[in-house]
Ligand binder design. Structure first.
Ligand code: URA
Length: 520
């Protein structure tokens, strides 16, 4: 049986020459034994092979050669033999190597992956130390312990990266030397050399300490990225045990030092806001607006810039309720001043509405940060329900004759019903506080539609607003509610001086409207 002894240096070329010769004579894989005999071993020590190539042409594609040359760098003693099997297989079936279900291919790919990973780790974890010297070029040395026979494949990277210095990389397998721009290889040192400590070790330590995030300590991930076997040769890893021990304390300190100040643009807004004490039990619309500024009923207050309270005529018979402030509204502190607001205000002008109170179901902007953008997110039911406390208060003081709900969130806030809007739009429903609400499209929804659909929805919003304007301006008697009870008089909740001072009529007085079409 021919025995092929591969040298430690130049193993790739030696394997290629031997494999080609064996294959050209049609020698089966199980008829050859492969060994790595270390530096200086010669090819074909027990060589019974003819001294020239045989009659069979040997074919190998470029991807196959690249794969096999990587595989034979693997430390596994089987690697050269497996590579030879693949070469023989290729002579019979050119597609076998590309078949991901083929057992030999799977094994070769796994070996090659492990070699590539080892090369990557050498590039990442090799640390040079400067050697003393008076020559024109600085000199460095490094000790590294790779898992596979990769020195010849991995070190050209350092020649490209550190071409302006001379260096030597010592490993248990081979030595790579780069001098005056030339890279050469020689056998390994007999023992691990003592390299001088050098100043760059402290730099590595500082770098590592500064990039170490104690709040993101994931020891398993760290060990997978920087396997423990490399630690002993890395100056910075000596710091790891102490850094891990300190991590918890540092996280606590980071938390304590977290900024409690809002972003810069908020400063101006906060300066504008009155610092008056917030009233607990608002007795007027103004007090309610003031109290809402300190609202912490849900978590939206944490990220939003400010509460966006309603605006308009506090004596208006018509209230229009949107979903929540958007980016523009959050910064300006006014409802409907962004693109959706522009559309709404245009349609309100077209519909020739009288006095209106314009507000939202949710008073804080809900968003998800994406880079510098704040992307709108719909409020969830819990947030709408928390904020209903403010909407109810606002409605109690405004006491509108009719309310328009723009979109699903407003309709849910006012009626407690979350059914689809397509079946509800244009109809009047009963609010939770016993009032009347006309449901319509939200202007943002219209902005998202295209062409004819957008025009049609816009026309419907205009029609709804015009109807709402007419109904709110009318007088008349409300039809009895479905259970026969008279409508709840929400204005009677405004008792005493507040109601007297408002000079307004009660809810029932103001809802003397006939012809409202109730659907609930
Ligand atoms: N969308 C709303 O629902 N309200 C606003 O204030 C702005 C956009």
């Amino acid at each position: 049986m021919p025995r092929v002894a591969l040298p430690m240096l130049g193993a790739g070329a030696a394997w290629r020459a031997a494999a080609r010769r064996l294959a050209s004579h049609g020698i089966a894989a199980d008829q050859v034994s492969w060994a790595r005999d270390g530096a200086g071993a010669s090819l074909f020590d027990d060589d019974p092979l003819p001294d020239r190539d045989g009659p069979r042409p040997v074919i190998a594609s470029k991807p196959l050669i690249a794969l096999l040359e990587t595989v034979i760098c693997h430390d596994d003693p089987q690697a050269p033999s497996l590579a030879y099997q693949a070469l023989l297989r290729h002579q019979r079936d050119r597609r076998a190597i590309a078949n991901p279900a083929d057992a030999l291919t799977v094994r070769l790919q796994a070996l090659a992956k492990s070699v590539r990973r080892d090369i990557h780790k050498m590039h990442a974890f090799l640390r040079f130390r400067e050697l003393p010297g008076a020559g024109p070029r600085r000199r460095f040395a490094a000790w590294f312990e790779p898992s596979h026979l990769i020195v010849e494949r991995a070190t050209p990277f350092f020649a490209r990266r550190f071409g302006d210095m001379d260096w030597i990389i010592l490993t248990p397998q081979a030595t790579a030397r780069f001098e005056q721009g030339e890279l050469t290889f020689s056998p390994p040192p007999e023992t691990r050399p003592d390299l001088p400590e050098d100043a760059s070790e402290a730099l590595w330590g500082t770098y590592f300490q500064n990039t170490f995030n104690p709040a993101r300590v994931k020891i398993a991930a760290m060990k997978s990225e920087m396997p423990v076997k490399y630690w002993k040769n890395l100056p910075e890893t000596r710091l790891i045990p102490q850094m891990l021990a300190d991590a918890e304390g540092r996280v606590a300190a980071m938390r304590a030092a977290m900024p409690s100040q809002p972003p810069a643009h908020v400063g101006r807004i906060l300066d504008r806001l009155a610092r008056a004490p917030l009233p607990d039990q608002p007795q007027s619309l103004d007090e309610a607006a003031l109290a809402a500024r300190g609202c912490t009923r849900c978590s939206l207050c944490e990220a939003a810039t400010q509460v966006v309270w309603g605006e308009g005529d506090p004596n208006a018979a018509l209230m229009i309720v949107g979903e929540q402030p958007g980016d523009h509204e959050d910064l300006q502190g006014r409802p409907f001043v962004g693109p959706a607001g522009q559309l709404l205000r245009e349609e309100m002008a077209q519909a020739d509405l009288g006095p209106v109170w314009l507000t939202n179901a949710v008073k804080h902007f809900k968003f998800r940060p994406r880079g510098k953008l704040r992307v709108h997110q719909n409020p969830d039911r819990g947030e709408i329900e928390h904020c209903r406390w403010w909407l109810d208060l606002e409605r109690r003081f405004i006491a509108p004759r009719l309310t328009v709900a723009l979109g699903g969130s407003a309709a849910y806030a006012l009626t407690g019903r979350a059914d689809r809007l397509t079946e509800r739009r244009g109809r009047i429903e009963r609010t939770l506080d016993g009032g009347d609400v006309l449901v319509s499209w939200h202007p943002s929804y219209i902005l998202r539609l295209d062409g004819l659909a957008s025009q049609a929805a816009r026309q419907q919003l205009r029609d709804d607003l015009a109807l709402a304007g007419r109904l709110a301006a009318q007088g008349g008697t409300l039809p009895p509610s479905p259970d026969g009870d008279p409508p709840r008089d929400i204005c009677t909740k405004m008792k005493g001086p507040a109601l007297a001072a408002s000079g307004r009529h009660s809810y029932r007085e103001r809802h003397e409207i006939s012809g409202f079409r109730h659907t609930n």
